[in-house]
Write a protein that binds this ligand. Structure first.
Ligand SMILES: Nc1ncnc2c1ncn2[C@@H]1O[C@H](COP(=O)(O)OP(=O)(O)OP(=O)(O)O)[C@@H](O)[C@H]1O
Length: 264
């Protein structure tokens, strides 16, 4: 069984990815994600955010460079059950109920059953009453929330979230952004979150990496030193708004700097 109580540091060195045919999604990147921190990745559509996450998850092989998580390869960490992912298109098993999908994650990670944790997580993502429902009968947003509960069920060291709240309405999205991080942040889970919402990035993250248009390179590395919890009082504050503005400006600047390349 994996030791899932430690904190894991992710180190990317000269990491790049070109797909067959030569399309380069990730430029050589040197970046370290500190153990226990939540980092939001923001960047224009198609810039390579998901590819970067998939490289870190060990679901893609780098063309050059490497990812090491506490000196082990992502594949090795995955086999230890240390990494959980919740991606845009949640791949829940259609023949299993919400409860069984969430519980299965523990079984696959060779962890003992924990029905109390499973029920708690289902409640926390707002799916109480839908425990016995199968994915086909859930809305897109409900499926995403089930996928988040499933990702958390193994108490992972590394949590990789790709647009986890993409299919939910703005109000629920803000509520989830406020209510879910306390599930993993106090445990020291190293979290990477891809999002198109700058508001969500500032609400959730300790650090925001702004990426350029494809191939992704880092155009800004912004610390978010705001106290938690980041409820409405915080999100209405001048400090919060200043970070939103700074991130938006970096995003616009990254786009402008790359305009000639993007046009090629
Ligand atoms: N398996 C693949 N084979 C070929 N090209 C790919 C593959 N996966 C992704 N790409 C391409 O790599 C580029 C980056 O894709 P990626 O999904 O990483 O971007 P993204 O920043 O996550 O986009 P979005 O914000 O729209 O989800 C895109 O041009 C995409 O078409």
């Amino acid at each position: 069984m994996a030791d899932t109580d430690g904190r894991a540091r992710i180190v990317c060195t000269g990491l790049s990815k070109a797909f067959p045919g030569g399309l380069r999604a990730v430029a050589p990147l040197d970046v370290t994600f500190d153990a226990g921190a939540t980092t939001a990745l923001v960047g224009p559509s198609g810039c390579g955010k998901s590819t970067l996450l998939r490289l870190i998850a060990g679901l893609e092989e780098p063309s050059e460079g490497e990812v090491r998580i506490d000196n082990l390869t992502p594949a090795r960490q995955r086999s230890r059950g240390a990494i959980s992912v919740a991606f845009q298109d949640p791949s829940l098993l259609p023949w299993l109920t919400v409860r069984a999908n969430v519980a299965l994650a523990r079984k696959l990670a060779r962890q003992p059953p924990d029905p109390v944790l499973v029920e708690d997580l289902i409640g926390l993502v707002g799916l109480s009453g839908s425990e016995d429902t199968r994915p086909a009968a859930l809305s897109g947003g409900m499926r995403q929330r089930a996928a988040i509960a499933r990702a958390l069920a193994t108490r992972p060291q590394i949590l990789l979230l790709d647009e986890p709240f993409g299919a939910v309405d703005e109000l629920t999205r803000r509520q989830l952004a406020r209510d879910l991080p306390p599930l993993w942040q106090p445990r020291g889970t190293t979290t990477l979150l891809v999002t198109h919402s700058i508001h969500e990035a500032v609400t959730l993250a300790d650090r925001i990496l702004v990426l350029s248009p494809r191939p992704a390179r880092i155009v800004a590395d912004i610390a978010v030193p705001l106290p938690r919890p980041r409820g409405p009082e915080m999100t209405d504050s001048a400090e919060f708004r200043a970070l939103v503005t700074r991130t938006s400006e970096a995003l616009a600047q990254g786009d402008a700097d790359n305009a000639p390349m993007a046009a090629q």
